[in-house]
Design a protein around this ligand. Sequence first.
Ligand code: IPE
Ligand code: IPE
Ligand code: MG
Length: 237
Amino acid sequence: MKFKVIPSHIAVIMDGNGRWAEKQGKKRTEGHRAGATAIDRLLDVALEYKIPAISLYAFSTENWKRPITEVNAIFNLLIEFIDTRLDDIQKKGIRIQHSGNRSKLSKKVLEKIDGAAKATQKNKKIVANFCLNYGGQEEILSGFHRIQAARKESRVPLDKPISPKEFEKYLYTHPLPPVDLLIRTAGEQRVSNFLLWQIAYAEFFFTNTLWPDFGRESLEEALVFFESRKRKFGGLA
Ligand code: IPE
Ligand code: IPE
Ligand code: MG
């Protein structure tokens, strides 16, 4: 398909892995595994349409509430994802980035995600931003703490107003642009603590498709929707 406008940054709340598995009488882990192959498809179509940045909500700061067996399965799948895809990702020119709080992530997970980010840092085609132990509220608070620490260090008065531009440098997603299009699968219409700062003027696309079933047609449907929106950013169109 041809599109007149392409979003600079798409954020995806990949929801419905558990329901997909349940529908087929499979274990929830099988849903997450199928979800990983949907990421492969999404990245291929994103490359084709030259979508510069994709943020993937893979594990939230609230997902620790799940049974430890499921949490471990998700992280093991992530490690497997990087191990089995890194060469391909490299060949395709995809740059890997991580957004999220590092403190609760295991050494192994950090090693994998940092290794993938380092190995792909020169890639220019698209950025795949994996949001792991990510929460929008935590990101804003941690950004605030870090900006204040930096100001203290350089003796800038701590009560000097902070501009949004300056603050954005302290978000995990830096230097990615604001989100133009937010996609959430599996019929839920909520944000679940994803990229709260970055979605200020995003268009929202909700679909009943479960994440493991998301493919080319689903992304094209979202791009058709995005193209049809009249964006005003608070001004007059
Ligand atoms: C999304 O699928 C993946 C993660 C949260 C890691 P879910 O696991 O939330 O699937 P449902 O919502 O139970 O169907
Ligand atoms: C959001 O999905 C988190 C991810 C996709 C990683 P959840 O399934 O955790 O969200 P809620 O609990 O339904 O809001
Ligand atoms: Mg869910």
